[in-house]
Design a protein around this ligand. Structure first.
Ligand code: 5GP
Length: 205
C-alpha cells in the first residue's frame, strides 16, 4: 500500500500536540513522523519519542546528503523530516507529519495529494494564554512565539482543512472525520483495495 500523508500545522499554542496525541491514541493505524531538530529537549521530552535531538553539524550533514524530505528553520532552530522514514512508513500505513508551513509547502510539492490540516486557536487571547500556561519557556521565547504564531497563521490558505480548537473533544472528532473522509475518496479506495476494484470492474461473472 501507499499510505496517505497528513500534514498538520498550527501556530504554537493552538493545541496541536495534544490534539495529535489524542488522535493517534484513537487511530493506532496512523504512524507519526518523528522529526529531527537542533532545538534542545524540553524537560519532559524524550529523544526518539518526541524528536531526534541532533547538534547543528549533524543536521547540516543530513541536509547535504539529502536525508530530509523537507527541512526548515523555525524560531532559530532547524527541524526536518526523514525521507527514509516517510517512504518506509507509507508502505505500511498512513503517516502524520507535525511540521510548520514552510515544511508543509515543500512536502506538498513532492506529494501534491498530501492532506493539509491547519489548527487554529479560538482567539488571539486564548493563544496568548496557552503560550504562557505552558510554563517551560521564558518571556522572550513566548513573545517570539506569539509573533511567529501570527506569521504562521498567514499561511493557512495552503491547507485544505481547518480546525478551530475551542473544545478538545469537538476538535478531535473533526480531526477524525477529516482522516476518515480522506480515506474514502475514490483514489484512496482504489489504492487501498486494488484487487477489489479490479475484480468488480473487470471480471465477468
Ligand atoms: P516545537 O519546538 O515547539 O516542538 O516546534 C516548533 C515548530 O516546529 C512547530 O511549528 C512544529 O510544527 C515545527 N516542526 C516540528 N518538526 C518539524 C519538521 O520536521 N519540519 C518542519 N518544517 N517543522 C517542524
Amino acid at each position: 500500500m501507499t499510505g496517505l500523508l497528513f500534514i498538520v500545522a498550527a501556530p504554537s499554542g493552538a493545541g496541536k500536540t495534544t490534539l495529535v496525541r489524542r488522535l493517534l491514541e484513537e487511530k493506532t493505524d496512523i504512524a507519526l513522523s518523528i522529526s529531527c531538530t537542533t532545538r534542545p529537549p524540553r524537560p519532559n521530552e524524550v529523544d526518539g519519542r518526541d524528536y531526534h535531538f541532533l547538534d547543528e553539524s549533524r543536521f547540516r550533514a543530513m541536509i547535504a546528503t539529502g536525508d530530509f524530505l523537507e527541512w526548515a528553520e523555525v524560531h532559530g532552530n532547524f527541524y526536518g523530516t526523514s525521507r527514509r522514514f516517510i517512504e518506509e512508513a507509507r508502505r505500511k500505513s498512513d503517516v502524520l507529519l507535525e511540521i510548520d508551513w514552510q515544511g508543509a509547502a515543500q512536502v506538498k510539492k513532492v506529494f501534491p495529494d498530501a492532506v493539509g490540516v491547519f489548527i487554529l486557536p479560538p482567539s488571539l487571547e486564548a493563544l496568548s494564554e496557552r503560550l504562557h500556561g505552558r510554563g517551560t519557556d521564558s518571556a522572550g521565547v513566548i513573545a517570539r512565539r506569539l509573533a511567529a504564531a501570527r506569521e504562521e497563521m498567514r499561511h493557512m490558505a495552503d491547507f485544505g482543512y481547518v480546525i478551530i480548537n475551542a473544545d478538545l473533544n469537538t476538535a478531535l472528532a473533526q480531526f477524525a472525520s477529516i482522516v476518515e473522509a480522506s480515506r474514502l475518496t475514490l483514489s484512496s479506495q482504489q489504492k487501498r483495495h486494488p484487487d477489489l476494484f479490479h475484480n468488480l470492474t473487470s471480471t465477468s461473472l
